[in-house]
Design a protein around this ligand. Structure first.
Ligand code: GLC
Length: 492
């Protein structure tokens, strides 16, 4: 070293340092905000009661439908639970048209979803589907309905296991007329308009689904404490003692089973510390937020999750490119860096570029060059350009992993599980934790640096990917809900 480019890249990278003392402060503040969220409504950390009061043990059985709305794809699946910790899953995935995510009405969106459910039933369960249609036409007897778990991965104020009103959209969705409405009722009515044999039995956040699915499949007797997503967005759901959820006392209409003494809480940790009392805040974070469609909201998520890491990197690269004393991609063709180039476009850089850069071990960084060509249409990047990209990528990814440790550690400490249990099981899902190289290593290093966790505590933490968690988890919750008549119509 050090050319002006690498020196400047290193200087910017340092702004993303998130040292142990800050991690520790973050944990203390997370615990404070989580207690506040358990006591009151409208707090930065929502701590939403889900009315799911038990986690499965692997013996559950039956065929259920599940749908998942929450990222770029809509998934429909049917899940056969075999009752021996295993399951079979059939699924289809459809990309959601951008106009339905952000400019249409809720009717457009939910009709689209119901149509996908219909197509899925016709392909995979046509016999059942036709039999139902026949029975209806002939006006014969009781209908047989599929119970469906609806994984809806946005902040929702739940009123019961199968109803909840949307608090706000996140992750680039924006359909204002849905806010404040019961999303289960919206889906059910679109399903009924198409006359499908389907009952929306449960409303599930993806983190809750992940927690349930991990608990169903995880090895041994240990129940899972926390389900966490590090994907397009980030969030966690954990098992809380009902006596600690003091705001439940004000929810007079709520009906739920109290026998386990526990309830799953959807933390909505993407909005941890929206007031930025402890979160790191570089100029790139500030600009990203100011230009987003929800400024001041999901501030933790905007530093951690897949939807945003690419955009943070793009902004740092652009700063290097615009700096006349430094310059990056000087050897790239003029066309690839004209004023409408991807590098200049908001959301122009996908987070999977960071994974590719971080994974690179190729001679002459050829993989990084290919990735820059594929993602940003930049040809002829020099070795030095690639080195600068690497330095920044590493800093941004590492900060995200260390921030993730803050939320996980806070849940471990707050629930006291490290004191009482030998193994604490955590189920995770999402593209960042699955594909970002060394994400878990950085996260674990930070866990060890936290006084109340330390080396001994970190060793107790078992982290496992819960693949397809939201589908299986939704099926499991649909099962619980369909068995409990009082839950089906909480106000009856
Ligand atoms: C966003 C949503 C949250 C979801 C998470 C992961 O943070 O608000 O509900 O769990 O993304 O998909």
């Amino acid at each position: 070293m050090s050319s002006p480019l690498l020196a400047e890249a290193t200087r910017i990278a340092r702004e993303f340092d998130y040292p142990a003392a800050q991690v520790q402060r973050g944990v203390a503040e997370y615990i404070r905000q989580s207690n506040e969220g358990l006591a009151q409504e409208n707090t930065t950390l929502s701590q939403i009661p889900t009315f799911v009061t038990a986690v499965p043990n692997g013996t559950e059985k039956g065929l259920y439908l599940a749908v998942d709305l929450g990222g770029t794809n809509f998934r429909v699946c049917s899940v056969q639970l075999h009752g021996d910790t295993t399951f079979s899953l059939t699924q289809s995935k459809i990309m959601i048209p951008r106009e339905l995510m952000a400019s249409g009405t809720s009717k457009d969106l939910f009709t689209f979803l119901a149509r996908q459910i219909e197509a899925f039933l016709r392909i995979h369960h046509n016999e059942h589907f036709e039999a139902h249609k026949r029975r209806r036409r002939e006006g014969k007897g009781e209908e047989e309905l599929f119970d469906l778990g609806f994984t809806f991965s946005f902040p929702v104020r739940q009123n019961g296991i199968n109803s909840g009103t949307l608090i706000r959209w996140t992750k680039g969705f924006n359909i204002p007329d849905a806010v404040g409405h019961d999303v289960c009722a919206l889906l059910q009515s679109a399903i009924d308009d198409l006359d499908l044999p389907v009952r929306v039995a449960a409303l599930v956040n993806d983190t809750v689904g992940t927690l349930m699915a991990r608990s169903y499949t995880s090895p041994g007797e240990t129940g899972t404490l926390l389900g966490a997503i590090f994907g397009t967005g980030t969030n966690g759901a954990y098992v809380e003692k009902i006596e600690n959820i003091s705001k439940l006392q004000h929810m007079k209409d709520a009906h739920f089973d109290t026998t386990t003494g526990e309830m799953i809480i959807n933390a909505e940790w993407g909005s941890f510390d929206n007031q930025l009392s402890v979160l790191p805040n570089t100029v790139y974070d500030r600009d990203l937020d100011a230009d987003s469609n929800n400024p001041g909201i999901q501030m933790f998520e905007k530093r951690v999750s897949g939807m945003f890491l690419g955009e943070i990197l793009r902004r740092t690269l652009l700063a290097l490119h615009k700096n006349p004393d430094v310059g990056i991609f000087k050897s790239a063709s003029k066309a690839s860096l004209s004023s409408d180039a991807l590098l200049y476009r908001q959301w122009g850089l996908d987070t999977s570029l960071l994974s590719a850069v971080e994974a690179d071990k190729s001679p002459d960084m050829i993989d990084i060059k290919t990735a820059l060509k594929d993602h940003l249409n930049i040809e002829n990047a020099s070795n030095e350009d690639c080195e600068a990209v690497k330095i920044l990528t590493h800093a941004i990814g590492k900060r995200a992993a260390r921030l993730s440790a803050v939320a996980i550690a806070a849940v471990l400490i707050h629930t006291g599980k490290l004191q009482t249990d030998d193994i604490v099981d955590v189920g995770v899902d999402g593209s960042v934790v699955e594909f970002y190289p060394n994400f878990e290593d950085h996260l674990r290093t930070a866990l060890r640096e936290i006084t109340e966790v330390g080396l001994a505590g970190e060793k107790k933490v078992r982290i496992g990917i819960s693949k397809d968690g939201s589908g299986v988890g939704a099926a499991l919750i649909a099962l619980v809900a369909s068995k409990d008549q009082t839950l089906r119509n909480p106000r009856e």
